[in-house]
Design a protein around this ligand. Structure first.
Ligand code: ADP
Ligand code: LRH
Length: 495
């Protein structure tokens, strides 16, 4: 008979998927059961999650597992951070759930800082400032006098919401709670100071629960998942980045002197170190690094970099113009293009949610005095070079913050399949890159379920299992010198 499996539901911006993982002959075996779109829904200028459509897809994926011969031991859901929904006092879902790229948070910083000084928000939470953080989404709701805040009874982050649909149990999981910028990781509780200052209803912020907790059994009946009734939901790090970092194939866990860092490379690039305690000081605030809560008390000191979002959106724009593209051919066209023709800053705010990414890049080129892209290859290459250049700067900042030398960069997630970007990263950073695993988030999700159920003893044991199961691809620096001049040009781009 097949080995018993754990199921990971991973909702990324480029797709949602349900994967099964099991241990066979000392190796973690992963199989994809179902992959589906996870596109936002635009309604009258607002941007929402398609939560109920996703619930149908999740149930479809889980039902495929139920129909297979393998016994299902547990299920866990992760998605990106910061997004939330509310339940009312009757346990009804209020509203469709905003997507963090919705425009209502624009311009919220000054309004927030009138209430609490920026430095104080950082001291309270250790979080980087991004307008998409839950704190500014909720402040926007308050400032538009949204009646939702009056009737909300319980806040749930999006993975918590799906866990609630699965089990009927409403609980906020820790790693995602820390992405709100309303949680104090040092005091281990919601920041009452910030909740009060932003005039948010404290009743909706229930106590948080740690990854590894057995939340409860999956419901049966019409609203449940037939065939999986009674199977426990075991909380992973529900923040996808938290799960991805669990899957770093390192031989240690949250070292005090890190000599490796990770880039969780998908729609975003999350670059940082896994450390034992939050690092909250002026330099960290100045560089706008974040301290996100990780599994088993660890902290992810990292920076959000605008990621493969630009690459994805160039593809979407060109497809709307009738072109047919796929990732490997885009990477090949980038590899064939001449280097450093167009430097694209992945963190330019103009790229956050433009109607057309190709037009937004043309405007950026014009504004920064660069020739616009002569062909697709230049466009694709520019998006990748911009990322590698940003990684180079970020690596320097990380080393100065941690006071260590980082020898190895682990690239995790879908971006690990982009051999050109991995090599550019090795060259631009002058460091060895280990690429993989590709499905790091789902793997980390499953490893945490295994730890929660006591099937493996620790994260370190999980990492050993990952090292025994997935062979990383090694990239050594090959041609780093040309990156020095490019980095100088890049630094001056917006000047
Ligand atoms: P998310 O979790 O944010 O949806 P993923 O980790 O799934 O992101 O990564 C998606 C990205 O991976 C895509 O934007 C694409 O750039 C990259 N990618 C996926 N498949 C390939 C491939 N075969 N070759 C190169 N890049 C790929
Ligand atoms: C990556 C991610 C990241 C968050 C962003 C909103 O998917 O979770 O860690 O900052 O999405």
């Amino acid at each position: 008979a097949s080995a018993p499996v754990h199921l990971a539901v991973d909702l990324g911006a480029s797709s949602g998927r349900v994967l099964a993982g099991c241990i066979e002959e000392g190796q973690l075996k992963l199989s994809e059961l179902h992959r589906f779109a996870n596109d936002p829904v635009h309604v009258q200028g607002r941007m929402y999650w398609n939560l109920l459509g996703l619930w149908q897809e999740i149930r479809k994926g889980l039902s495929l597992a139920a129909a297979s011969e393998a016994k299902v031991l547990s299920v866990g859901v992760d998605t990106w951070g910061v997004d939330y929904v509310f339940l009312d006092a009757n346990g009804d879902l209020i509203g469709p759930g905003y997507h963090y790229r919705d425009a209502r948070t624009r311009g919220m910083f000054p309004k927030a800082f009138e209430r609490v000084a920026r430095e104080e928000i950082f001291a309270e939470t250790g979080l980087q400032f991004m307008e998409l953080n839950t704190a500014y989404q909720l402040l926007a709701a308050r400032l538009e006098n949204s009646p939702v805040l009056d009737i909300a009874h319980q806040m749930l982050m999006i993975p918590d919401f799906f866990h609630w649909l699965l089990t009927g149990k409403a609980a906020i999981e820790y790693t995602n709670a820390t992405t709100t910028q309303l949680y104090n990781t040092q005091q281990q509780g919601w920041s009452q100071k910030l909740l009060k200052a932003f005039d948010l209803p404290t009743r909706v912020f229930s106590d948080v629960v740690q990854p590894g907790t057995v939340l409860g059994p999956i419901l049966g009946g019409q609203g449940g998942v037939p065939g999986l009734e009674g199977v426990p939901v075991v909380l992973p790090a529900t923040h996808d980045t938290g799960s991805a970092v669990v899957a770093v194939p390192a031989d240690n866990f949250a070292p005090a002197q890190p000599d490796w860092c990770y880039i969780s490379s998908g729609t975003w690039s999350l670059m940082g170190c896994e450390i034992p305690e939050p690092l909250i000081n002026d330099r960290c605030a100045e560089l706008n690094f974040t301290n996100e809560g990780g599994v088993q008390g660890s902290t992810r000191l990292l920076k959000n970099i605008g990621g493969l979002w630009i690459f994805q959106q160039i593809k979407a724009s060109l497809e709307r113009r009738g072109q047919t593209l796929d990732w490997p051919s885009m990477v090949q066209a980038a590899a064939d293009a001449k280097p450093f023709q167009l430097l694209i800053d992945p963190d330019c705010p103009d790229f956050a949610a433009p109607a057309c990414m190709v037009d937004a890049i043309a405007a950026f080129a014009n504004r920064t005095g660069q020739p616009s892209a002569a062909d697709n290859g230049v466009l694709f290459r520019g998006a990748l070079e911009g990322l590698a250049l940003r990684y180079r700067t970020c690596l320097g900042w990380l080393e100065s913050l941690t006071g260590t030398t980082i020898n190895t960069i682990h690239i995790l997630g879908g971006g690990a399949q982009n051999a050109l970007l991995c090599q550019m990263t090795a060259d631009a950073c002058r460091r060895r890159v280990l690429a993989g695993p590709v499905e790091a988030t789902a793997i980390g999700n499953i490893v945490m379920q295994m730890v929660g159920l006591g099937q493996i003893g620790s994260i370190q044991e999980g990492r050993q299992l990952i090292r025994d199961s997935f062979q990383p691809v090694v990239y050594e620096p090959q041609d780093p010198d040309p990156w020095d001049a490019a980095a100088e040009r890049f630094e001056k781009l917006d000047a």
